[in-house]
Design a protein around this ligand. Structure first.
Ligand code: SF4
Length: 639
């Protein structure tokens, strides 16, 4: 007999975004989220929060095992106990399946507790209403099942989340938990946390979380301290969950019908649209992916999706109109449409038109006043990049959940026209709160002269956060306070700051067809680097100039990644740890966490991670130098 097809909470969420995704998930199609680092990071933060939440219930019993085993065990526990607390029990009713984080039953009163790793704010519980809406839908789905299973019980629905208004009194709280990356075999029906709902569960490896004081003689004292911290906050959403009950039931019925009978492609609720742009069933390079099954007549990923802010054109309707008419190519876009409702040309439209005209002509574009703007940047030029950490569990005494930690900066400085870039860096992986040391070292390096440059606005946000943290932590350094005040752009202070955003500069002054609708440094660098051989001859850029066997120039990020990863993979394999790279902000956060708290890896391993962090941050600022150098050179030639 074949296994029953269940509709789980994560299936419900996926089907709500597109019912076809539910079909693909059940068919186990490849999903691009399988390897999404950011989702993994969220999940890992979630597992630690999940473990901490269970520690608030010392009487709780974990219901482990596959869905079938868990269903049986849950039934047994409920039959034999009038009052009980269970972790991850499984309930089923008419093909709807629910694995609840924490289930507390006292006679006829039930608490349904959903643990979420995202932050809440007990001083303003309804602040992030979009996120909350999603969570309420989740808990409402669980509520309908419990209501059917326990018709005579009163059910309270609670969200349990880190409270970002609370400060921890524990130094190194995040280190009280340890993630074990080794995979744990799971059956395909295992419910995964909501943050990773679209990941194929059969491929997903659930890390185990250990409480490091589990075998400590004072274990109880440690647990009591955790319980008294109040870092996790309850939010009663019972009334809200009840409001959604009827719509959740109606949708569940529809989705179960699809699970049982498949999808009728004529159904109104399944239509290709502009939302497909971010579909997880588009797997780069795979023409047999779910995406191309939906987009039958598309030979490649539709180039209309490349348009800068394309989804917003024509009151957000234009792309869908093109799609309905079978027009998927960039050339199908009509430039008359690239305007505001009143016919005027807005800032985004300007960029869209630049992109359109120069993509069709297959040519680079440089603004008429690029040279003038570049010439206005005062030397020394400081190209800076930061690496930061924000996680559910605070690292330091006095910190709040999701409070920012700034642990690394890199800066390439060009002192004067024609000078070689000079590199300085800072990294702090020791046990103290690093933010003030971080800012002081940057202040000592940059001072008040010249032009600090960043890519996008993160660096300004970080320095702004540190400025306000000085008051919150009572940190005294008038010189630093003054420097931060003069450096940051801040509405409340009424300051414009000194930092120049090269991303914004790109939007106004530069386009290359290979960038398509993007202006991130990871898109701008290859477009310039791959098309300008002369840059490879510049002595201080040569290190990053590597070609593959077909004489194709490699992206410097890939070059660095491949070199560094060989060493890391060896170290990871020795420990049977999933190899994870440092590439990108999330990879850097993960590496920082491992250096600080993962005692299962060797000192050598940590040193290697640190080395990689330094190399990647250094490459980011060198990439900024390469781009600036090219702009300077080219704008001078064209004048
Ligand atoms: S490509 Fe579009 S229609 Fe197909 S599954 Fe993805 S979002 Fe749904």
């Amino acid at each position: 007999m074949s296994k029953p097809q269940y509709l789980s909470k994560s299936d419900f969420q996926l089907a709500t975004s597109c019912v076809q995704k539910l079909v693909y998930k059940k068919k186990k199609y490849n999903s691009s989220n399988d390897t999404d680092e950011y989702m993994m990071m969220l999940a890992q933060g979630g597992y630690i929060v999940g473990k901490m939440a269970t520690m608030l219930y010392p009487e709780g019993i974990e219901v482990a095992g596959s869905t079938t085993e868990s269903l049986l065990k849950t039934k047994e526990y409920i039959q034999n106990h009038d009052s009980i607390t269970l972790f991850e029990p499984t309930f089923e009713f008419n093909q709807r399946l629910s694995r609840i984080d924490i289930f507390v039953k006292n006679g006829n009163n039930i608490q349904l507790i959903e643990v979420k790793s995202a932050s809440s704010d007990s001083t303003n519980p309804n602040k992030d209403s979009t996120k909350l809406k999603k969570y309420i839908q989740d808990i409402s789905f669980q509520y309908t099942i419990l209501k059917d299973v326990f018709p005579d019980c009163e059910i309270t629905c609670l969200l349990l989340m880190p409270d970002k208004s609370m400060r921890t009194s524990i130094d190194g709280l995040a280190g009280w938990f340890r993630l074990i990356d080794k995979s744990i075999s799971q059956d395909e029906e295992y419910e995964v946390p909501n943050e990773i709902i679209t990941r194929e569960t059969s491929k997903f490896q659930k890390p185990k979380v250990e409480f490091v004081f589990d075998n400590h003689p004072n274990r109880k004292e440690y647990i009591d301290r955790l319980r008294n911290e109040g870092i996790l906050n309850y939010l009663d959403v019972t009334d809200k969950a009840k409001v959604h009950e009827s719509s959740i039931r109606a949708k569940s019925e529809l989705y179960i019908k699809i699970l049982n009978n498949g999808l009728e492609t004529s159904a109104e609720d399944f239509q290709i649209s502009k939302s497909c742009k971010s579909c997880e069933y588009h797997v780069s390079g795979d023409f047999n992916s779910g995406f191309f099954e939906c987009w039958k007549s598309a030979k490649e990923f539709p180039s209309i999706f490349d348009l800068y802010y394309g989804g917003t054109v024509g009151s957000n309707k234009y792309l869908n109109e093109l799609i309905i008419n079978g027009k998927y190519e960039f050339i199908d876009i009509q430039t008359e449409q690239l305007c505001k409702n009143d016919g005027s040309i807005g800032t985004r439209n300007v960029r869209q038109l630049i992109q359109y005209e120069n993509t069709i002509a297959n040519q680079e574009w440089i603004s008429d006043n690029m040279k003038q703007e570049l010439d206005s940047w005062k030397y020394p030029l400081h190209f800076v990049d930061f690496e930061t950490y924000t996680g559910a569990m605070p690292f330091h005494k006095g910190m709040r959940p999701f409070e920012l930690i700034a642990f690394q900066w890199s800066c390439h400085t060009i002192d004067a026209p024609g000078a070689q870039p000079r590199h300085e860096e800072f990294i702090y992986t020791d046990t103290e709160f690093p933010n003030f040391k971080f800012a002081e070292s940057l202040m000592n390096h940059i001072g008040m002269t010249g032009t600090p440059l960043m890519w996008a606005t993160h660096e300004n946000t970080v320095l702004r956060t540190i400025y306000y943290q000085m008051d919150e932590y009572g940190y005294q350094n008038p010189e630093l306070k003054d420097w931060l005040q003069k450096t940051i752009k801040d509405k409340d202070l009424g300051t414009e700051g000194r930092l120049i955003d090269m991303n914004a500069f790109t939007l106004n002054h530069y386009f290359h067809p290979e960038m398509k609708g993007k202006t991130s440094i990871k898109k701008v660098l290859p477009a310039i680097w791959n098309n300008n051989q002369f840059l490879h001859e510049i002595p201080y850029f040569q290190k990053y100039s590597i070609k593959d066997l077909e004489d194709q120039v490699l992206d410097p990020y890939d070059t660095l990644f491949n070199l560094a990863n060989t060493k890391m993979r060896e170290l990871d394999e020795e420990k049977e740890i999933q190899s994870q790279d440092v590439k990108g902000g999330t990879g850097a956060m993960r590496a920082f966490y491992r250096i600080r708290f993962d005692n299962s890896i060797t000192k050598e391993h940590k040193e290697e991670l640190k080395h990689r962090l330094l190399e990647y941050c250094k490459l980011d600022t060198m990439a900024m130098v390469i781009i600036w150098f090219y702009w300077k050179h080219t704008s001078e030639l064209s004048n």
